[in-house]
Design a protein around this ligand. Sequence first.
Ligand SMILES: [Zn+2]
Length: 563
Amino acid sequence: MFGPPVPTLFFTPPGGKRPCRRPCYDRTVTAPAPSYRVFARKYRPRRFDEVIGQEHIVRALSRAIAKDRIGQAYLLVGPRGVGKTTTARIIAKSMNCEQGPTAEPCLECGPCLEIERGNDLDVIEIDGASNNGVDDVRAIRDAVATRPMRDRRKIYIIDEVQRLSGQAFDALLKTLEEPPSHAMFLFATTDPHKIPDTIVSRCQMFEFRRLREVDVRAKLEYVCQAEGIEVEAEVLHAIARGCRGGMRDAESMLDQLLAGTEDRVTLDELESLAGLARPERWLALFEAVAADQPQALLGEIAAFLERGGTERDFVEQAVDALRDLLHVALLGEDALGVEPAPERRERMMALARDLGRDRLEALLGMMFQLESRMQRSPLGARALLEWTMLRASRLGQMLDLIGVMNGDVAPVARVQAAPPAPKHQAAPVPAPEPVSAPAATPEPEPEPAATPEPEPELASGAEPVTLPLLLQQLERKRPTLHATIERNFTRGELLDDGVVVHLSTPNAMDRDLLEDPVEIAALARLEGSPGPWRLAIQEAEVTKPDPVVELLLEGFDGQEELP
Ligand SMILES: [Zn+2]
């Protein structure tokens, strides 16, 4: 694993008198000045205004420091690599800077520089993962009592504090109950639930967020610029996405890429080094899913794994790709965001249209299910993956079937015939590579895990269909639509080839629902329905409503009582 080295552990025996149980590491000796520093360290924020994406925390802390209302114990909570330890160090500098306490430490005085280098004797960083015993904490407790050697405060930064043992927490609690006024504790954790409430309640808690993709990208751009290296915008985008909100991971990935290439970094290099598949690959794969081309599909999966990605990587990246497609299906071209090449733009639009909202949502669901299944059977990961994707490619047929049986799932892509959906001409699906794997593929039995059980009521074929019966069925299957129809219902007719329902003038919200083609299509799929439904809405012109009443009704989302 690539990344900044774990900070070395050190306990300073109080006054240097108490013999240390563990080897004491003198950092001035063990930390050689490296000629090359990884980006995550080189570009680590030094002041509050350089901390990215945690504005809420920076604001609160700066204010507390400026007003001299800083607490003695803080709990910094958040996923890894988002700036918890960095922030802890900045707090330490703020408190101990010779010009301080100040929210803007000078970065030049002894304490500022030593805290940054990690060798300030009064700022002690401890890795909770490896120093989690009760003796370790007792050592801290004893040391806390002595005054700081030089700085204003004696500050303990304990990383991964959730890893302390129960006894260690007990010992820590005693210190936290009555800390000496010069002491300060900064705890960082990825998992606050593992910390006893008694500890948490004595800390002020700050929750760090995952960083937004744009923020990560901006920082990466900055690093590239500062280093004078050229990296394609799409590469930075892919890294920013691949790191899932962790800046340290993103910087490490960039580091790794640059170490392995000459001068220009391209998507190809990212793919071979970091296992992040190019966006086109996902297009090809889901085009194979859309067209139910098992050979091409298995070929894409095999190629992904051969390039060094794991099955889990596959699921992770597939989810991202599907999410993109779903956004395009729902929001149109605007959702494409980062400028993909025009050719890929069109392919994405066509694919999103082909798959449609329902299928994309169902595919996402299958991916999540696949993820949890993989955790339970890591050995069969590849077979599971292939099996799921093969099933996914038959999802269109399944959805239709479910729709017919249930009336629950409306295959939007087919129903919304209104906007002309140009059939996208056979996309350049890569030549299917010969795959040897399918032998391992389990029989794609149609296990209806995600499929709602067909209701047993189907059997009652003897009973003649009536409108009230259809409406009863509707109430079970689409309660909102049923309630809306009921609210506005004046009369209805069951015809040989369909149903006509007359409705009074609905309010705006009801109207949206009643005019939604997906809802109307769902009516036609009710068991026993003779054909399409027509919802005849009484228009309002006849009786001019009182504008005041209308306004009130709108404002309170009410309906007028009908006689
Ligand atoms: Zn300073």
